[in-house]
Design a protein around this ligand. Structure first.
Ligand SMILES: CC(C)(COP(=O)(O)OP(=O)(O)OC[C@H]1O[C@@H](n2cnc3c(N)ncnc32)[C@H](O)[C@@H]1OP(=O)(O)O)[C@@H](O)C(=O)NCCC(=O)NCCS
Length: 165
């Protein structure tokens, strides 16, 4: 399968709407979806990328540049690439797309981070999303700590994972 990562134009309202529709098809917890107001805020601080598999949209990645997020809102953190979300449409799951993206040596994310001068990648994952935590660990991330009550509906801690570049 040929995987391509294409940066979205966050200034384009139609593209932002399409990303929001895609998220609705991917993320199981409705509380994790951005509201319209959230999109207006996050489109200023995150970069969004489409994931194409053999030329067809298969998912997206949300990244925060030079920030991390453990409190109520993201905060500035020079050199940190904040991994805000990665989602694959149900029909494209279990085809190793995420693994390919995450691949420690050749993965797009790492190359992107290095090429842009980032020193580390930080991810904040729902504690119950054991699969994603494991995938990150397999790709070289290490758990640094947990943040209680980070996620809502259902309320649960976040596992903070870090990959030093
Ligand atoms: C979590 C998610 C991103 C995984 O994407 P994916 O492309 O299907 O994952 P891959 O096919 O690359 O699988 C990577 C590894 O995880 C394992 N894995 C993936 N999904 C799994 C599942 N549901 N149960 C058990 N193992 C799973 C795979 O078997 C593989 O491990 P292996 O190579 O040792 O066999 C995808 O299921 C998803 O989009 N879920 C909803 C959104 C979400 O939870 N995003 C993460 C938080 S930001």
């Amino acid at each position: 399968m040929n995987i391509e990562i294409v940066q979205a134009d966050r200034a384009d309202d139609e593209e932002i709407k399409a990303l929001a529709v895609l998220d609705e098809m991917i993320f199981p917890h409705k509380a994790d979806l951005f509201s319209e107001k959230d999109w207006q805020y996050f489109r200023k601080i995150f970069e969004f990328f489409w994931i194409f598999a053999d030329g067809v949209v298969a998912g997206s990645i949300h990244l925060g540049l030079n920030l991390e997020w453990e409190g109520d809102l993201p905060s500035e953190s020079p050199g940190c690439l904040y991994f805000a979300g990665l989602g694959i449409l149900p029909e494209f799951r279990r085809k190793r797309i995420t693994k390919e993206i995450f691949n420690f040596l050749n993965g797009w994310q790492i190359n992107y981070a290095r090429a842009n001068g980032f020193k580390r990648i930080v991810a904040t994952i729902r504690k119950s999303n054991i699969n994603m935590v494991r995938i990150c660990e397999k790709c070289g991330f290490r758990i640094t700590h947990e943040v209680p009550d980070f996620w809502e509906s259902p309320d649960e801690p976040a596992v903070i994972l870090e990959l030093k570049l």
